[in-house]
Design a protein around this ligand. Structure first.
Ligand SMILES: NC(=O)c1ccc[n+]([C@@H]2O[C@H](COP(=O)([O-])OP(=O)(O)OC[C@H]3O[C@@H](n4cnc5c(N)ncnc54)[C@H](O)[C@@H]3O)[C@@H](O)[C@H]2O)c1
Ligand SMILES: [Zn+2]
Ligand SMILES: [Zn+2]
Length: 382
């Protein structure tokens, strides 16, 4: 089969690999029909994720058709059209039974924090991902769901990560009716978080980024007010002015460790790799939220961090909430929002490419070229 393969930082290409085999009775092999590139894949692509091994295949946002099932699989059959949440999880451990699918204890021998994620380095379990013609899906009775007939492929695709994560980000904000919600980052996660904030009763939604074309999408898709942080000397002061000098009730960080906006942090984190990433978006979130407010962190961070304004968070009485999204938990509500016409997730997809163009796909997304927001890899296009 053809698969995207990592060759080192900033180097990905398509190679021939063996089709994965059933390794456990509850495995399924899924023939991928669509996959996407996630902002999290950029951390791998930039060489920032520990133990990202040469030769591995990325891709944790994908849908497909069941090609083969192991002997104990009961919920899926060959030919089913399925969406597969980005988390690999057992469904029955201490954490899974509490809905903490992204913290499953049984799928990742390397970590005491994160569970398993498809195509996300050996730090996250070493599973090959779905930017390939076929993928092995462990615990096939637990993660995947058959896609309802009425749901478009592209809408199902983003449910497996970006959409579920944006929604989860808004949920963790504990938004109350009328709240002002600030979202840092107008990538797919931020756009979906901003849109979801309205579903939860927000009275005002403000999206912050420095890419004007993405802010335009935030206005159009998420009906948000927007602020370009590059046009303001001090984005926190700007946001305070916009919120009666109190700060926002809820701030969602949809940026993570590769934040721009502070040269020193960017160089020590992203370039010199002296720390787990730049905390600038997180610090803006801590500063821009009001006392007693909530910061919801969806942006991804490496394990060790310095220069986080933790004392300010403490003294402001903030609630900090965060996790990798347990994607399947959001599906029932998201399906209803889509079915009722409140949400058309694929409106943020800007590029559709064949797997052969994967290197350009990563480059374009990483460098934010050609108005890129979300790229879908189409396997059934040829
Ligand atoms: N928690 C989860 O389960 C989960 C799931 C998916 C993605 N993520 C993470 O969410 C983050 C966003 O993902 P994405 O796919 O939207 O990525 P993306 O790269 O498309 O979007 C990030 C956006 O943040 C903007 N940005 C950079 N610095 C900023 C700053 N200081 N303030 C405001 N905006 C800034 C960028 O211009 C970009 O538009 C990533 O860190 C990704 O790893 C987490
Ligand atoms: Zn992701
Ligand atoms: Zn588990």
């Amino acid at each position: 089969m053809k698969a995207m393969v990592y060759r080192g930082p900033y180097k990905v290409r398509v190679e021939e690999k063996d089709i994965p085999r059933i390794e456990h009775p509850n495995d399924a092999i899924v023939r991928v029909t669509k996959a996407a590139i996630c902002g999290s894949d950029l951390h791998l692509y930039h060489g920032l994720m520990p133990d990202t091994r040469i030769g591995t295949t990325f891709g944790h946002e994908f849908i497909g058709v069941v090609h083969e099932v192991g002997p104990s699989v009961e919920n899926l059959k060959v030919g089913d059209r399925v969406m597969v949440p980005f988390n690999v999880y057992c469904g029955s451990c201490f954490f899974c039974v509490r809905g903490l699918y992204s913290n499953c204890h049984n799928v990742n021998p390397n970590a005491t924090a994160v569970g398993g994620i498809y195509g996300y380095s050996h730090t996250c379990g070493g599973y090959d991902g779905g930017q390939a013609e076929f993928v092995r899906v462990p615990f096939a009775d637990v993660g995947p769901s058959v896609i309802p007939d009425w749901l478009d492929d592209e809408d199902a695709l983003v449910m497996t990560d970006a959409l579920a994560t944006g929604y989860f980000g808004a949920q963790l904000g504990d938004i109350r009716e009328g709240d002002t919600v600030v979202v840092f980052g107008a990538g797919p996660v931020g756009l979906y978080a901003a849109k979801s904030a309205w579903f939860m009763g927000a009275g005002r939604v403000i999206v912050v980024d420095h890419l004007e074309y993405r802010l335009a999408k935030a206005r159009e898709f998420a009906h948000a007010e927007t602020v370009n942080f590059a046009e303001h000397d001090d984005i926190v002061v700007t946001l305070k002015r916009a919120t009666d000098h109190l700060g926002a009730d809820v701030v969602i960080d949809a940026v993570g460790a590769e934040a721009d906006g502070n040269l020193l942090q960017h160089i020590t984190a992203a370039k010199l790799k002296l720390q787990g990433g730049s905390p600038i978006a997180l610090n803006w979130a801590i500063d821009a939220v009001r006392k007693g407010g909530t910061v919801s962190v969806m942006g991804a961070y490496g394990p060790l961090f310095s220069a986080v304004k933790f004392g300010d968070a403490m003294n402001k009485g903030l609630t900090l909430r965060m996790n990798q999204c347990p994607a399947k938990r959001q599906w029932p509500r998201l399906l209803e929002h889509i079915r009722n016409g409140y949400l058309k997730p694929n409106e943020i997809i800007t590029h559709r490419i064949p797997l052969e163009h994967i290197a350009e796909g990563y480059h374009m997304f990483s460098a934010k070229l050609d108005g890129n927001i979300k790229t879908v890899i189409e396997f059934d296009a040829a």
